[in-house]
Ligand binder design. Structure first.
Ligand SMILES: [Zn+2]
Length: 136
């Protein structure tokens, strides 16, 4: 993972990148984190204009952790949010998988898990993030 912005924040990777660490990172960056209701199928949104991230309040802890990381990836990549194109979206998804699923953790859990759902659960990520990792 070669993002200078995130290196400067010295974020931990994988399982150590938990919800309190992520929430603390937003406050260190002086970005307002709001749990609320979002339209349609949106689960999270970054808006640089207001230095705010809004995340659906009905998400599970695993979903919340993944969305916190995904929106942080947009911020680290310098995306302005709200109107991301598909290339920006793909880059944010890739960086999210890099942050949450370092190779060593992924490999060792893969040996211990008998299916994708178990593997996602053991790695504390959604199936979407796991599938992103597997497509790399
Ligand atoms: Zn996104």
């Amino acid at each position: 993972m070669m993002n200078a912005f995130l290196q400067k924040l010295s974020l931990p990777y994988g399982k150590s990148l938990d919800i309190p660490t992520l929430e603390d990172t937003y406050s260190r960056l002086d970005i307002l984190l709001i749990r609320g209701t979002l339209p349609q199928d949106l689960v999270g949104i970054w808006c640089s204009q207001y230095r705010s991230v809004v995340i659906d309040s009905t998400l599970s802890d695993i979903q919340y952790r993944c969305v916190l990381t995904h929106e942080l990836a947009h911020i680290a990549l310098g995306h302005s949010g709200c109107s991301c194109n598909s290339i920006e979206e793909a880059r944010a998804r890739k960086l999210t998988a890099d942050l949450l699923l370092p190779q060593s953790e992924y490999d060792s859990e893969k040996r211990r898990s008998s299916n994708l759902w178990e593997l996602a659960g053991n790695l504390n990520v959604t199936l979407e993030v796991l599938e992103e990792k597997m497509n790399i």
